[in-house]
Design a protein around this ligand. Structure first.
Ligand code: UDP
Ligand code: MG
Length: 149
């Protein structure tokens, strides 16, 4: 089954949105297979955001992500990569649709609460970057038969 990497950024953790964000993904029907609260090293932040290395916001982004704890997660489910991106909303919270995490809880692009992998291939890279194999749990919730036909 498909997996995606999501991370509640320092602003989301500091604002007490961890439970609310997990609730949205859980009640949608996705399965949590990895979860940890952690401090992020500069090396890990730079590697995670490597594609943005040349962008003007790169340094401030790395500084922000390493400034306070984040919650790293892996979620599983059919089509979870694209669906989680929809649940998260567009990059700029000011224009994200209401009903999305960013649309409901943010006002600024540099404080947009949560990260989500943007494609299946990116998700594979990011899951491997943030989690060791033994940190991920292979399990199937009892309710699966009530979620999938
Ligand atoms: N970002 C920023 N300023 C910008 C564009 C992006 O601070 O003008 C930050 C923001 O935190 C965003 C992250 O860089 O979430 C990665 O940007 P990307 O375009 O990949 O957005 P995302 O995939 O997170 O929606
Ligand atoms: Mg991105």
């Amino acid at each position: 089954m498909e997996r995606t990497f999501l991370a509640i950024k320092p602003d989301g953790v500091q604002r007490g949105l961890v439970g609310e964000i997990i609730r949205r993904l859980e009640t949608k029907g996705f399965t949590l297979v990895g979860l940890k609260l952690m401090s992020v090293s500069k090396e890990l932040a730079e590697s995670h955001y490597d594609v943005h290395r040349e962008r003007p916001f790169f340094d401030s982004l790395v500084k922000f992500i390493t400034s306070a704890p984040i919650v790293a997660m892996v979620w599983e489910g059919d089509g979870v990569v694209a669906s989680a991106r929809k649940i998260i909303g567009a990059t700029n919270p000011l224009t994200s649709d209401p009903g999305t995490i960013r649309g409901d809880f943010g006002v600024s692009i540099g404080r947009n609460i949560i990260h989500g992998s943007d494609a299946v291939e990116t998700a594979k890279r990011e899951v491997a970057l943030w989690f060791k194999d033994e940190e991920l749990v292979n399990w199937q919730p009892q309710m699966t038969t009530w979620l999938y036909e």
